[in-house]
Write a protein that binds this ligand. Sequence first.
Ligand code: NDP
Length: 454
Amino acid sequence: MTKEPNLADHHPGVRSAFEHVVRRNPDEPEFQQAVLEVLESLSPALNTHPEYAAQRVLERLCEPERQIIFRVPWRDDQGGVHVNRGFRVEFNSALGPYKGGLRFHPSVNLGVIKFLGFEQIFKNALTGMGIGGGKGGSDFDPKGRSDAEIERFCQSFMTELHRHLGEYTDIPAGDIGVGGREIGYMFGQYRRLSNRWEAGVITGKGLDWGGSRVRTEATGYGAVMFTERMLERNGRDLDGMRVVVSGSGNVAIYAVEKAQQLGAHVVACSDSGGYVVDERGLDLDLLKEIKEVERARISAYADRRKGAEYVAGGNVWDVPCQVALPSATQNELDAASAKRLVGNGVVAVAEGANMPTTPDAVKVLREAGVLFAPGKAANAGGVATSVLEMRQNARRTSWSFEHAESELAETMAGIHDRCEAAAERHGARGDYVLGANVAGFEMVADAMLAQGLI
Ligand code: NDP
């Protein structure tokens, strides 16, 4: 944490739980940040349910049920040996088997995986689909690696991880650096080691071997569906709005696609090198070609699209917009960027990524009356569609695109309305942060209490 939080006005159970987390996890700033962001919403729930504090539900919830750390050795194309670290944090299974993605990125460490796993508990609860929370990954950097190197790494990673997985135990999926290619290599290795065709053990599979239509699109589509409903409930409409998306990976690309389908004018997106602005509106086919097929840098977009501009090392939030969809990574939208967005007339910010908005930035946006959708609600469409994939696997069936998309739309509407109702119940209409945290928390806490002290 960058600065000491002031929890003086909060329930004593919130204060003691946060102190406990800081003491036990001193070197994990992202984890502390994610915990604080949830705990700050929970005083009303603790006031109305004294049993939560009496049974120390918060302390129990903040301690993962299981944390697995393992060595991942692999050989590069030149024969050189590399050793990475693999993680799986099985955080909470009160509502169902652990479910959450795998991230391959050099910034991955235990604290990052714990922050993601913690968020996942509430996100998964909000879907109402009976799934617990977990997350995993490795500090492996896939950038610049050949297909053969990726294959060897994924096989080595799964050689250890497979013993901890199972469709009733723990079901991973993709995240940053893990897409369809990586899921394929990992599923193949799991199948080989277990000698079982257990489709429900991993999600994000290819369409010909157990995948679901709309899983690729789901997180980005879902974030925009949530945004549209949030705008509508507040007397606005996405149609015709100017939109900026950060990132240009899986979430970002399909957020652009759905926003365009709904009539928005999407003018900018980014990667870790810089951003592109295209005042005519992003050319989605070109974006997909560059990012999904060529796996090239976003600068290539401006090289090939007349009138588009690339700003190396720039901040995409400098581009004026009415709707901002941060969809790259954690803490990418800070207070200065939030002020810039407010100054430029932003009306809604919805998190496609996990925790992309810093706490100070959230404060700026909320004080300015900007509608703000936290990731654990807005980006839950990915994990929800993973459950739809598992349903199809269990029934040995395969839905049409239209059917899967309508299920996603219904799920996103349900998540939105659950958050809205929880906020209203606690006298905070329109506060989606409080709504998402309280609604998710109460479901998990009640299940934990019902199942005893385990
Ligand atoms: P991808 O790997 O497909 O894309 C990530 C994008 O973010 C890339 O454009 C990448 O640029 C950019 N990025 C990553 N790290 C940084 C950084 N440090 N600074 C600036 N840009 C960065 O990942 P996803 O699209 O799957 O995930 C994006 C976010 O959405 C993550 O927070 C993830 O946890 C979250 N999420 C993903 C879900 C999914 O279904 N995929 C589900 C729910 C949440 P570059 O290529 O240059 O690194």
